[in-house]
Write a protein that binds this ligand. Structure first.
Ligand code: SAH
Length: 252
């Protein structure tokens, strides 16, 4: 198995592939004000196994195209959709978020939790905007500094990992500069990281290592996750995922 296949294997049998919660998804959704006199068209980009896709489908009258690069995640989402009778509302689609097979102004809502960093926040906004109808909404979560200053260890770590990390005001400015009017922001609480993401992950370490015969590559993945968890626990007062909801202005 390649390192990438191992990573997919590590993440595929979990509820979430990133921090989040049903309450976070519903809170972001509550900022969206679209007349529901017709069915809404939604794209959920980097959906993973789609915990939030299910929440959206249960709370929106419309149809969701759920996009991920890896079929393993989409298979899980397909199964969950069928179990819950939501298969007519969710269509999984294997595609890359930087090369989407969508037409201009196709969607009312573009959703993406913990995944826009893959193309980069600004690049994602610029590219995905074209697929949104004027007056449509973008809802994305993105790693964000939640204070104005922070200890150098965590500052340096994130600046190396993802130089686009910024405070909410920086992210909101980027939205404004690209033809969006921000309508909502909040950041994910501790429970969305610990209870919903890191603790379930910690429970899988041992099985994963055994399944892969304690290979060096498997151990590297576990060690990297442990280090990420350590940093989160130590510096949780300085960063989180910010959730940004913004409306596409007409004519932009
Ligand atoms: N939104 C999910 C998953 C977040 S993790 C959640 O919050 O639980 C990021 C997701 O992006 C993973 O599922 C990964 O498979 C997917 N991904 C990675 N590169 C991608 C690409 N180029 N195009 C689409 N999806 C991608």
């Amino acid at each position: 198995m390649t390192e990438l296949e191992l990573l997919v294997d590590f993440h595929k049998d979990t509820e979430r592939q990133g921090p989040g919660s049903t309450a976070d998804t519903l809170r972001a959704l509550s900022f969206i004000n679209l007349k529901q006199n017709r069915l809404l068209k939604v794209a959920d980009l980097g959906c993973g196994s789609g915990a939030h896709t299910i929440t959206l489908a249960q709370n929106i009258e419309g149809h969701i195209r759920a996009v991920d690069l890896f079929p393993e995640f989409l298979d899980r989402l397909r199964q969950k959709s069928m179990d819950l009778g939501l298969q007519d509302k969710i269509t999984p689609l294997q595609a890359s978020m930087d090369n989407l097979p969508f037409g201009p102004e196709e969607f009312d809502i573009i959703w993406s939790e913990g995944a826009i960093y893959i193309v980069g926040f600004e690049e994602g906004i610029k590219k995905w905007k074209n697929f949104l109808k004027p007056g449509g909404y973008l809802a994305v979560s993105e790693i964000t500094w939640i204070t104005d200053s922070r200890p150098s260890e965590i500052e340096e770590h994130w600046n190396n990992e993802y130089p686009e990390i910024d405070t909410a005001s920086g992210k909101i400015r980027i939205l404004e500069e690209n033809g969006f009017s921000p309508v909502g922001y909040f950041y994910l609480p501790l429970s969305s990281w610990i209870d919903n993401y890191y603790e379930p992950m910690e429970e899988r370490f041992e099985d994963f290592l055994i399944r892969h015969g304690n290979s060096e590559a498997a151990m590297r993945i576990v060690d990297a996750e442990k280090e990420e968890i350590r940093k989160y626990r130590k510096y949780k007062n300085y960063f989180s995922y910010g959730f940004y909801v913004a409306k596409k202005l007409p004519g932009k």
